[in-house]
Design a protein around this ligand. Sequence first.
Ligand SMILES: *Cc1c(COP(=O)(O)O)cnc(C)c1O
Length: 428
Amino acid sequence: MSNLRIETKCIQAGYTPGNGEPRQIPIVQSTTFKYTSSEDMGKLFDLEASGYFYTRLQNPTNDYVAAKIAALEGGVAAMLTSSGQAANFFALFNLCSCGDHIVASSTIYGGTFNLIEVTMKKMGIDVTFVSPDCTDAELDAAFKPNTKAVFGETIANPALTVLDIEQFARAAHAHGVPLVIDNTFATPINCRPIEWGADIVTHSTTKYMDGHGAAVGGVIVDAGKFDWLAHADKFPEFCTPDESYHGITYAEKFGNAAAFITKCTVQLMRDFGAIQAPQNAYLLNLGLESLHVRIPRHCENGQAVAEYLASHPKVKSVNYCGLPGDKYYERAQKYLPNGSCGVVSFELKGGRDAAVKFMDSLKVAAIETHVADARTCCLNPASTTHRQLTDEQLEAAGVPAGLVRFSCGIESAADLIADIEQALAQIN
Ligand SMILES: *Cc1c(COP(=O)(O)O)cnc(C)c1O
């Protein structure tokens, strides 16, 4: 499979049926799996043999889909989680324990920001946030002796900043720690962070990968490149025996290719249980089969809508890295040469009232707490997700009151623009 193009992998990677077996991946709707001897099952528990025994840890349907996503990202192993939040939490908590520290880009998704800034702090894990536009010296200064991971998003939701992945990878590796990249908005169709030095890639599969607003989910992919034993002082959980698993040393027993996902499965999935339902994995796979067809269309529509908005007199500013003159245009040319995503954000001159009037006047686009879906949707953070903030606080958070996040679906661009045109005309 590794020599095939990404379009073919979207369709065929991860599951190869044998003679007379189902063409589509089977949904293994079973909590448990049967064995004829206790010894056989005991070997699974000891990780002496591989196989399924309980769906809280692993399920064949999930594994077919995880293997497909690993192939798409150019990784060696992957696991599905119940949500994008669970994926980012597991990816980081598999690297960090109480007393450790993370370096993260400051413009990441609000849910992940809160996870790291509030919830993981309660677990004794500290964070230093850096601008995605920081200098090498500023990035270097963020590291501490107890830093165990660096985190950022290829294209940030909703800030739409583009990360210099090579810069962040260089810094992470100079300090002997892995780089974790949330690649939700770019998808492997437009960017494969592992090719730029990332060690772990995560997704909220809820977004473009599913793409139809059907199932919440997440995924973690391991590049298999991080050398745990070479950094044994920083990662004792990988390099010394795990007493909760009969003294197994993950990096020795499974090597660089399988240590991360195996440890994440047998420790975190076992204990936290945030597994994706096999039904949802099946739906996710249907989305993946058309990902390479849908993503270019999302990008075409995003580009057309961004260009229209940028020329409109009632629009104050547009954020879209496909627009020449956008702050991230140059960086996007390097990391996202085929396009970025369908999400555009823009600020109306009339502020919050204009944004609300505009959105209420839309007929094709719908108001939703969602992005990256086949159906166009939009949100005014000031009147919804960021409702508790004053206009001054909104400005400071980089989410001005008149900002609209507009997620272009795969409808006709002409219909989207006509809808925007008539809604803008409703504003005084
Ligand atoms: C939505 C999102 C998440 C959280 O994913 P859920 O599936 O909603 O839990 C994480 N990261 C990014 C970039 C997202 O857009």
